[in-house]
Write a protein of this length. Structure first.
Length: 57
């Protein structure tokens, strides 16, 4: 009986490691998305600052 428990432990550990890996991967995707959104907002802000004053004749 103890052999069954012992053999189940590595599978549980592997499954929890896979869950942590999936969580880390998801967090990296979200972090990348946030970085992309911030870069896009910065580009729009810079374009808006450069465009100020134009067209006022």
């Amino acid at each position: 009986m103890s052999m069954t428990v012992m053999s189940a432990l590595p599978a549980t550990t592997a499954m929890s490691a896979m869950a942590v890996s999936a969580l880390t991967s998801e967090q990296l995707w979200l972090l990348g998305g946030m970085a992309l959104a911030l870069v896009g907002a910065g580009v729009v802000a810079v374009a808006a600052v450069h465009g100020r004053g134009r067209g006022r004749g």
